[in-house]
Write a protein that binds this ligand. Structure first.
Ligand SMILES: C[S@@+](CC[C@H](N)C(=O)[O-])C[C@H]1O[C@@H](n2cnc3c(N)ncnc32)[C@H](O)[C@@H]1O
Length: 102
């Protein structure tokens, strides 16, 4: 996932490596594919549940598609990465919103 230099600089140092050199989670998948699958199976007001959330690709896709989402993950390090990636989506969406209101 690409994030801006500003977003990158706000990340705790221990998480920056995951964005600088790629996420190390073993099954990171294309967000575009997960967005397509979320749209395919989720009703308009549905909630995407990922009980094995890993580094959060499915949750990011759900968020970008405007769905509510719930993730469950047992590895604390992956939770931190997923949370950081989800925050980056929020910053991205706020930036796009601000740009449209110029
Ligand atoms: C294949 S990865 C998940 C990928 C993720 N769905 C995505 O969208 O990128 C599977 C994850 O499930 C987590 N996991 C395995 N057993 C679990 C359990 N019992 N409870 C919570 N998480 C679990 C692992 O730590 C691993 O990160």
């Amino acid at each position: 996932m690409r994030i801006s230099q500003e977003q990158y600089s706000k990340l705790p140092e221990r998480l920056q490596k995951h964005f600088n050199h790629g996420n190390f989670h073993c099954t990171v998948k294309p967000i575009s594919l997960m967005k397509y699958l979320c749209r395919l199976v989720t009703p308009p007001d549905g909630i995407v549940l990922d009980p094995f959330a890993g580094s959060g690709s499915t949750l990011i896709a759900a968020k970008q598609e405007g769905f509510n989402y719930i993730g469950i993950e047992m590895e604390a390090e992956y939770i931190e990465i997923a949370e950081a990636r989800l925050r980056a989506v929020e910053d991205e969406q706020q930036t796009l919103f601000a740009e449209k209101n110029l």
